[in-house]
Write a protein of this length. Structure first.
Length: 259
């Protein structure tokens, strides 16, 4: 009888580690990417069916404005674009789930405690950024742009240009809301601490002003000031989160020493 081979011990720091070849990893990644892409396509197709109510919803901040279709098929391409943005937003939780399912098995316990909440917080902050842009930035920008020069020219906008403005502003705001997550990751990895982050507030104010000018699709000062102020506020929130986690780690009991 052949001797029974002992089962290799699993590293307790890597509880989800599974022995897979490089080809198996690529195959798993391929299927997860295909499922993620399929979820985006299905969500976008569903949004395309309901694209007219979505476009009317996006037109609400510009109440009273006249929109025109300036080229053949313009509204068709606009409909596909709106459905794509909406489908990507709706499928985002599932895409993140697939990404976590691929990454987490190879991470240690400490990395899991960092990455999983960071990804969840990133999704929540992205949605908050979209809401902030919709309720604050877009109306403020439109009030400024519609009022400026209204006594000289009649404002009649292209529906494609208008929706590009709204969608890009919402996307840029959602991405800028990822700043606290980035700070929390850097602080948890020990790359930066809260004191170093707070000491660079002057540079942050300058960079947030530049980001507000670059990320906003228009050149009006109202939108740039609101976005740069939001970025600065988010940075301070991130500093507070890093300081909070540092306090938790400092108060955590250390390893017991032998008497």
């Amino acid at each position: 009888m052949s001797a029974i081979e002992p089962t290799p011990e699993r590293d307790p720091d890597f509880p989800g580690e599974v022995e897979m070849s490089f080809a198996d990893h690529l195959e798993e990644l391929r299927w997860r990417l295909l499922r993620s892409l399929a979820s985006v396509v299905i969500a976008a197709a569903g949004c395309l069916v309901l694209v007219r109510p979505l476009v009317r919803l996006l037109e609400q901040p510009a109440e009273g404005m006249r929109f025109m279709q300036l080229a053949p098929g313009e509204f068709l391409f606009v409909s596909i674009k709106v459905a794509g943005y909406a489908g990507l937003t709706l499928a985002l939780p599932y895409v993140l789930f697939e990404g976590l399912g691929f990454v987490l098995p190879g991470l240690s316990r400490r990395e899991r405690r960092l990455i999983a909440p960071a990804v969840a917080g990133s999704a929540v902050l992205f949605l908050l950024g979209l809401a902030f842009a919709w309720w604050a930035l877009v109306p403020a920008a439109l009030r400024f742009l519609m009022g400026y020069g209204a006594d000289v020219v009649e404002p009649i906008w292209s529906i494609e240009r208008y929706l590009d403005f709204v969608l890009l502003l919402m996307l840029a705001t959602g991405l800028s809301f990822q700043l606290p997550v980035l700070q929390l990751v850097l602080g948890s990895l020990g790359i930066l601490n809260s004191k170093a982050m707070l000491s660079g507030w002057r540079l942050v104010v300058l960079l947030s002003a530049l980001a507000g000018a670059v990320l906003t699709p228009s050149t009006d000062p109202v939108t740039m000031l609101l976005l740069s102020g939001a970025i600065t506020g988010l940075y301070l929130v991130g500093v507070g989160l890093v300081a909070f986690t540092e306090g938790i780690r400092s108060n955590a009991p250390g390893p017991a020493t032998e008497s």
